[in-house]
Design a protein around this ligand. Sequence first.
Ligand code: TRP
Length: 333
Amino acid sequence: MKRIFSGVQPTGNLHLGNYLGAIRNFARLQDDYECIYCVVDMHAITMWQDPAELQANTREVTATYLAAGIDAKRHIIFNQSQVPAHAELAWVFNCVTRLGWLNRMTQFKDKAGKHRENASAGLYVYPALMAADILLYKATHVPVGEDQKQHLELTRDVAQKFNNDFGKDIFPIVEPLIYGEATRVMSLRDGAKKMSKSDPSDYSRITFTDGPDEIAQKIRKAKTDPQPLPDSTDGFEGRPEAANLITIYAALADITADDVLADYGGQQFSDFKKALTDLAVEKLGPVGQEMQRLMADPAYVDSILKDGAERAEAIARPILKEVYEAVGFLNVR
Ligand code: TRP
């Protein structure tokens, strides 16, 4: 069977963009693939994380996976740090990855910002760890958002170079799975910016801790333009906020943006916003409630992660062994 690997960083403030752009889609792949979903805590610490918050956020992402309907019995949910083979394979990949490849990574440039000398070495080799995550399980498909495509390209380069350098066909060449209407959910305050956990304005994003009143308020305050809604997606040109709100509606309702405009085209934003609020409350409410229920039972969440780590490890160990042999590490134990 085809195998999927994907990961979400436990860096807090999980929002609608994470859900519609990633986690909800993870749940939809369960019948067609063997799925391994990771909480990538080792990637998280490439930027400073408060230790107590990192623990809480790791449980939060796990709870979101479960609340979104991922079946942890049939598939695997675990946190990265608990399977040491990720770090071990990442070291080998640090020695396969070329500096020139890493220097081209736009995410590093964005995250490091102006003070590049001050960024961690971990942030720089982040893509090599991500390649290790995926290839440690010989995953064939990786559901990701647009922003991770460059990292997946690098994963393919690492796999190819490794196979070539050692003259063995160990790693598959992975395929990205880019999904659905809302691969990119934008900020409610600025349709040109991605919805982000680090946006200083709470009004820029909807989170799972938002109740119906907060969701209503955030959608009411969402930026729009003075025109009525366009009749089709052709009318999105130069209207990023309209495009974003319609796209969110389409994703929540599981229809296309043009379907939404067939109903709301020509209308004012105010009526549409009421409908969007009702839909968001209806679709997100149950997920949020299930998350809260799970977060109240950390021992249960931890037991899911423990079981997942053990099963992930059982797949990863023999593959790491194969790699160590190919590389020429002398096995004496
Ligand atoms: N870099 C990904 C992100 O920030 C998270 C991630 C880490 C990941 N390892 C992965 C995604 C492996 C897919 C596969 O979204």
